[in-house]
Design a binder for this molecule. Structure first.
Ligand code: BEZ
Ligand code: FE
Length: 257
């Protein structure tokens, strides 16, 4: 979008946004003290680098994702919210983790596999599948001192026929960070902080729309009440047990750019 188009869009959207905010302030007779309190809260959220987190738990990210991908068509794999935990350029590798203290012998090794294709079914061997997730204990690497940096993150290149596979461990449900201002918001709203277990994927291929999505697993207690509201039924994929490990098939179809 050029700069002119951006300012056209700002002039189009911002007056409506302000009208909506003003209407709510008037309807609830919001006081000066309350308004300054709200501004101070937003300042704290920005300072704590929690703007994406707040957008997620208020379900604003889910709405923006829906609006942005309404035109993708039925054949494309459903997109989902990226969340704040992505880190750029993890290593290319088929096994995306190293064992760490805190893992239990009962934790399940999981192979995720499928094909990356265009929505017309053509294989996309030039695609890159970038994945990130929590470990089976301790959450994301950046929250857990026991895990090496970059644990449960990796990029995978598909084969000539678009087939890809990576080895991971079945993640578990976890709570989003609650120690900052967003945690206070959750408490004030009586909203629990849990997300169902999931794996994030970001898939790119030349000539195709970038896909950001998540895969969920059946039977999770938070599928129906994800705190960020990001579960889509079509992204809940069965896992099967095979020779002592689990497998999950997730085919990925990208819309044309
Ligand atoms: C996540 O799915 O990684 C996530 C989403 C919202 C807040 C924190 C983490
Ligand atoms: Fe996550």
């Amino acid at each position: 979008m050029g700069e002119g188009a951006v300012s056209d869009r700002v002039r189009e959207v911002v007056p409506d946004m302000l009208a909506a905010i003003h209407e709510v302030l008037e309807r609830h007779q919001v006081t000066e003290e309350e308004w300054f309190g709200a501004l101070a809260f937003l300042g704290e959220v920005a300072k704590a680098d929690e703007l994406i987190l707040l957008s997620d738990v208020t379900r604003t990210s889910v709405l923006i994702d829906e609006l942005s991908h309404a035109g993708d068509g039925e054949a494309a794999t459903a997109s989902d919210v990226e969340g704040p935990m992505y880190t750029v350029e993890p290593p290319f590798r088929k096994k995306i983790y190293e064992e760490y203290e805190g893992m239990s012998p009962d934790d399940d090794v999981l192979f995720v596999r499928g094909r990356v294709t265009s929505t017309t079914g053509d294989p996309l061997p030039e695609a890159v599948v970038d994945v990130w997730q929590t470990g089976p204990a301790g959450g994301y690497d950046v929250w857990d001192e026991r895990q090496p940096e970059g644990n449960f993150r990796g990029r995978i290149k598909p084969e000539d026929d678009g087939a890809y596979e990576f080895q991971t461990m079945l993640p578990k449900p976890y709570t989003v960070p609650t120690t900052g201002p967003t945690g206070r918001y959750l408490e004030a709203m009586d909203q629990h902080p849990w997300r169902p277990a999931h794996i994030h994927l970001k898939v790119t291929a030349p000539g195709h729309r970038r896909l950001v999505t998540q895969v969920f697993f059946p039977g999770d207690p938070y599928l129906e009440n994800d705190t960020i509201g990001a579960v889509k039924p079509e992204l809940v994929r069965p896992v099967e047990r095979e020779n002592g490990h689990l497998t999950c098939t997730f085919d990925i179809a990208l819309a044309p750019a």
